[in-house]
Ligand binder design. Structure first.
Ligand SMILES: [Zn+2]
Ligand SMILES: [Zn+2]
Ligand SMILES: [Zn+2]
Length: 170
């Protein structure tokens, strides 16, 4: 994948998963005069353009942008591994930790979330937060979910073992 393709993926992911809905942003944020994440004021023409449409002009400050890009990239890395790794699938079914490569990618994603001040991930199945102990044990998996009658996916997580069975997300 070229750097340009990766940048396109980053922008699409940021728009889908990271930029708050315009109804939750201030007028300044919707107009590109303040960062959509930290609300820092942006001079006209300053900040990173996050794409615009129908009068919406979301922008990011220079501090938040790389932090949020790291969040979406590390999730993509983790999910790409998860959907193609047979040992991970077997481990997840019995509630074991995912393979070494997966746990490395999980840790990178959790670090990126923390750096971006994002909330603790929650299990999509049981709705409990993924605990620090579970984070370290690597006993959770990424889960991309799209509601019926919707085209908007959500990036979530699910505990391995029982929670995974309940959702039958494999
Ligand atoms: Zn910011
Ligand atoms: Zn694996
Ligand atoms: Zn759970």
């Amino acid at each position: 994948m070229s750097a340009a393709d990766a940048a396109d993926d980053d922008l699409a992911d940021l728009q889908f998963f990271e930029i708050p809905h315009m109804r939750r942003l201030t007028a300044e944020q919707n107009a590109g005069a303040a960062c959509v994440w930290c609300a820092a004021a942006l001079a006209p023409g300053a900040g990173v353009d996050l794409g615009e449409g129908m009068g919406w002009r979301p922008h990011s400050c220079g501090r938040c942008y790389p932090l949020r890009v790291a969040v979406v990239r590390t999730f993509r890395n983790l999910h790409a591994h998860w959907t193609s790794c047979t040992p991970c699938e077997g481990a997840a079914r019995v509630g074991d930790r995912l393979c070494a490569e997966a746990t490395t990618r999980q840790a990178a994603h959790l670090r990126a979330r923390k750096a971006a001040d994002k909330e603790t991930p929650t299990c999509f199945s049981c709705r409990n937060p993924i605990t620090e102990r579970e984070s370290q044990a690597g006993t959770f998996a990424p889960h991309v979910w799209t509601a019926p009658n919707s085209s908007t996916p959500y990036r979530t997580f699910v505990h391995t073992g029982v929670c995974l069975w309940n959702e039958t997300v494999l």
